[in-house]
Ligand binder design. Structure first.
Ligand code: 5RP
Length: 223
């Protein structure tokens, strides 16, 4: 099966997984990216089973609305029942690298609010050690050079993602050549650099469930 086919399979598996848990007052958190888009298209078919959604980006909000799904401001609701999102890399402990689509900050906020975080990826995203995919770091624009120098001290090789402005008005540094042995520690260290908004390591709040699309079917891993 193609990578696109695997993404569609895990998107459907996520709908099948959450459907029995949904109640009429449930709010579904929705991630960003091509896998999340497939999920949105399938979620729309069961929109009568839950209250509405919270979006992790402007693009996701637009796609949800185009299907007639109510999109809530996170400040207007009490919590998120379940959050479904893709990732750029996952290890066996369900720690993730995210932010390839520059939506990492809102994704991390929605994940933090969610009772359950379901990550949906094709098998190309699975690694033994995180860091082959450059780690995205969202920065306040005036701090970009300072943050880059601090990231070099941590052993990385930061590259400015030219021309990209996040939904929050910030910039992205992609950090190459990291071998992330302790994701929880590195996530905290990078977040302590002045000028960092957040980084794309999802380790302190990692996925609870991983749905992995493989050539032999969708595998489920639970934390
Ligand atoms: C966006 C993300 C995405 O989840 C990640 O980039 C995966 O994208 P795709 O599903 O298109 O492969 O973190 O910020």
């Amino acid at each position: 099966m193609t990578q696109d086919g695997l993404k569609q399979a895990v998107a459907q598996a996520a709908v099948d997984y959450i459907q029995p848990k949904l109640e009429l007052e449930s709010i579904v958190g929705v991630g960003t990216g091509s896998t999340a888009n497939y999920f949105i298209d399938r979620l729309a078919l069961i929109k009568h089973l839950f209250d509405g959604a919270v979006a992790s980006s402007e693009a996701t909000a637009e796609r949800l609305k185009s299907h007639g799904l109510p999109v809530y401001d996170l400040n207007s609701i009490d919590g998120v029942s379940v959050y479904v999102d893709g990732a750029d890399e996952t290890d066996r402990q369900l720690c993730l690298i995210k932010g390839g689509g520059a939506a990492l900050t809102r994704e991390k906020i929605v994940a933090a609010c969610a009772d359950e975080f379901i990550c949906i990826v094709d098998e190309s995203k699975r690694v033994d050690v995180l860091g082959q995919f450059p780690l995205p770091v969202e920065v306040i624009p005036m701090a970009r050079s300072h943050v880059a120098r601090e990231l070099v001290k941590l052993g990385g090789d930061p590259e400015y993602r030219m021309g990209v402005v996040t939904d929050n008005g910030h910039e992205i540094l992609d950090v190459h050549n990291l071998s992330i042995i302790d994701p929880v520690d590195l996530e905290a260290k990078i977040n302590q650099i002045a000028g960092v908004v957040t980084n794309g390591l999802f380790a302190a709040r990692r996925a609870d469930v991983l749905l992995l699309g493989t050539s032999t079917g969708v595998e489920k891993r639970v934390l």
